[in-house]
Design a protein around this ligand. Structure first.
Ligand SMILES: [Zn+2]
Length: 65
């Protein structure tokens, strides 16, 4: 069983071997389900990479929809 990775943009779990796109950022490799997700990440890497890193309270006082 291959280890799955999470697409930081859309949150989809994907198999790295079947990922449509890949990008190295912040000393680690990110995998994406599509070119579109990779581009979105490139546009604003901090937004997605920060989320995935997690571990604490994210910045911003978001409302509860
Ligand atoms: Zn995606």
């Amino acid at each position: 069983m291959a280890e799955k990775v999470k697409d930081p943009v859309c949150g989809m779990e994907i198999d790295p071997e079947r990922a449509a796109a890949r990008l190295e950022h912040g000393g680690r490799t990110w995998w994406f389900c599509s070119e579109g997700c990779r581009r979105a990440f490139e546009q604003d890497p901090a937004r997605y990479a920060g989320q995935a890193a997690g571990g604490g309270h994210g910045g911003g006082h978001g409302g509860h929809g």
